[in-house]
Design a binder for this molecule. Structure first.
Ligand code: TPP
Length: 631
């Protein structure tokens, strides 16, 4: 029996690529694809974008000298091939598992990960920062980014290019144009790239024009200036990439991003040319794996092999999408906005049925919120659905454009809480804290799908701004096909009890109820409150609970600093109540990636954790009651 030695097994660092021929690199690309498909089927993770970027990554690593030279990814879920050839092949099977490899580049994971990523549109800014540092410190290294066409819909990419064009420093941006964001890419920039890729007349015109321009004789004075201007005008009319050239980048392309030899040649030429350069590489998302090539949107990412949901459940995102659709069918003023996540947010059903009332603005969260503010000012009822982690981008837009003007925008923050294997860049655990200090904003968090339906309806009826945050994952199919308006600022008592009040919000309400069961077995009588509103908070119910139980535990799947528990403490302070309180939430750390249940254990938010904390608080309250010194 003969063993075939994989080239991949001989690559421990990018330096090992240098002796390889183009044929070897092509063979290596096939082995990398194989390894990614096999592993991701088991662990879950991003598929299509990685398969499409293999040759670009091999070409870049074969012409630069990482980690001395810097390779910076955008979003970073395309970095699996990079991980496999930068000394992490052996650990690749631990991808996205607790304490295993991250699904994104991380500076702490490898010296080859020049910059950590997860959110889109950061690569050109970070790379430019490296260039500035390099130039200021008199160092000599190359800086290359791999940036997607989706990332180019993000404002940050343009802000960075604008700056790079002025600094004129040596920077190579490889634009990995696979025509897709997660869904098909949108917007005028996307149309422009399509035109560059597909219009053969533009290519012929470029060659012809460069020839003609070359023939314009060198002349002096005013005539020379006029001729130069004419050249520029002609160039901007027909030269591919004129938009990038106008921004100060030398444009190469479009070229086939799967052609390793060509990529190497163009990269070398770009590096030796100097200044900001953009290489427009066209690739196919899912390349080399037929199911992903056929359906790149659905196979953007896979769930772990052992995950399946029973048919009695539905995702929160689906409840959201269906509810907004039902409401919008009856009211044309209701419009839905997504920032490049139509499927993820559950708005795909809305887009299919009511395209006139639906807007995908690209990876542009800030714009999404302010355009919603403008729509509300103009008389529409916009619902803006953005993952909690990406809403962090739009803080000022919420504060300055929506809430200061008290506009009726409904902000829906999906993936609130710990999101699991995507890890710290994607956990949505800051929103309650960062939203709570904004005046005029009503903030709600549902305990289940039915409550989410009611909250969406309540928000639509409210004349000012509202935010609803709900978790990733599933909930019971709502029992009621209708919805009911909730009284703003009112929570509800789900379980009465005399010894401790557990005040929970959103995803933690069910865990609090389970904790109360555990406590009952231990002879402790716990009340459980579903707070529903973080703001305005139900002061009456909290004060009543604090007085009747003598101690409280607050529970939230949000940073404990400045979150819901802080609001409860502020309420008690306002009413002059001094009772023992423990605030449970996400501690002041960036929580790892891993299965959500494991992460909840890690941060101490399981029903058992809540029960034992409540037990401690009860015994502390007893000491308080009996001790004149402490009192
Ligand atoms: C600020 C932000 N918004 C949304 C996302 C969710 N998201 C992850 S990847 C992606 C599409 C990226 O497309 P592109 O830049 O073309 O990269 P590709 O996956 O095609 O390589 C989106 C919208 C994100 N990561 N960051």
């Amino acid at each position: 029996m003969t063993w075939v030695v994989r080239i991949l097994d001989t690559i421990d660092s990018p330096a090992d690529l240098r002796g390889l021929s183009v044929q070897d690199l092509q063979q290596l690309a096939a082995e990398i694809r194989d390894e990614i498909v096999r592993t991701v089927k088991r662990t879950g993770g991003h598929l299509g974008a990685n398969l499409g970027a293999v040759e670009i990554i091999l070409a870049v690593h074969s012409v630069i000298d990482s980690p001395r030279d810097k390779l910076i990814f955008d979003v970073g879920h395309q970095a699996y091939p990079h991980k496999l050839i930068t000394g992490r092949r052996e650990q690749f099977g631990t991808l996205r598992q607790l304490h295993g490899l991250s699904g994104f580049p991380r500076m702490s994971e490898s010296p080859h990960d020049a910059f950590g990523t997860g959110h889109a549109g950061t690569s050109i800014s970070a790379a430019l920062g490296y260039c500035v540092a390099r130039d200021a410190l008199g160092e000599q290294y190359k800086v290359v980014t791999i940036t997607g066409d989706g990332a180019l819909t993000s404002g940050m990419s343009f802000e960075a290019m604008n700056h790079a064009g002025e600094l004129k420093t040596d920077l190579v941006v490889v634009l990995n144009d696979n025509k897709m964001s997660i869904a098909p890419n949108v917007g005028a920039m996307s149309n422009y790239l399509t035109q560059l890729r597909t219009d053969p007349t533009v290519h012929r015109a470029k060659e012809e024009l460069e020839r003609l321009i070359g023939r314009i004789p060198a002349i002096g004075g005013q005539m020379w200036k006029a001729a130069e201007k004419l050249k520029d005008t002609l160039r901007s009319l027909v030269v591919p990439g004129a938009l990038f050239e106008e921004m100060g980048f030398t444009y190469y392309g479009p070229i086939d991003g799967h052609d390793i030899a060509m990529m190497q040649r163009v990269l070398r030429e770009a590096i030796s040319r100097g200044g900001p350069v953009l290489i427009h590489a066209v690739t196919e998302k899912g390349k080399g794996y037929a199911p992903a090539e056929k359906d790149p949107g659905r196979l953007h990412a896979l769930k772990p092999a052992n995950s399946c949901s029973p048919s009695s459940v539905i995702t929160y995102s689906e409840v959201f999408g269906q509810t907004v659709l039902e409401l919008a069918r009856k009211d044309q003023r209701i419009v839905a906005i997504t920032a490049a996540m139509p499927e993820g947010t559950g708005l795909d059903v809305f887009a299919a049925e009511l395209p006139e009332q639906f807007f995908d603005v690209g990876i542009a969260e800030q714009h999404a919120v302010t355009v919603a503010a403008g729509m509300a000012a103009g008389g529409l009822r916009p619902v803006c659905a953005i993952y909690s982690t990406f809403m962090q981008r739009a803080y000022d837009q919420i504060l300055h454009d929506v809430c200061m003007q008290n506009l009726p925008v409904v902000l829906c923050l999906d993936r609130g809480g710990l999101v699991g294997d995507d890890g710290p860049t994607h956990h949505g655990v800051y929103d309650l804290s960062f939203l709570r200090s904004i005046p005029n904003l009503v903030i709600m968090a549902p305990k289940d799908g039915q409550e989410l339906r009611n909250m969406i309806y309540t928000a639509m009826m409210h004349p000012g701004p509202t935010a609803i945050r709900y978790p990733r994952g599933t909930t019971h199919i709502p029992s009621d096909d209708q919805w009911h308006a909730l009284q703003i600022g009112k929570g509800r008592l789900l379980r009465t009890g005399e010894q401790v009040g557990i005040v929970a919000i959103g995803s933690m309400v069910d865990s609090a109820l389970k904790a109360a069961e555990l406590l009952a077995v231990r002879g402790i009588d716990a009340a459980v409150m579903d707070a529903r509103f973080v703001k305005p908070i139900d002061e009456d119910l909290i004060v009543t609970l604090a007085q009747s139980c003598g101690c409280l535990v607050t529970v939230e799947e949000n940073a404990v600093i400045g979150g819901f528990g802080s609001a409860v403490l502020e309420t008690l302070a306002k009413h002059g109540l001094t009772v023992p309180v423990r605030c449970m939430g996400v501690p002041d750390i960036y929580v790892e990636h891993g299965a959500t249940e494991k992460l909840l254990e890690l941060v101490g938010l399981t029903p058992e954790d809540i029960a034992s904390t409540a037990e401690q608080v009860v015994s502390r309250a007893d000491v308080w009651k009996n001790s004149a010194v402490i009192r």
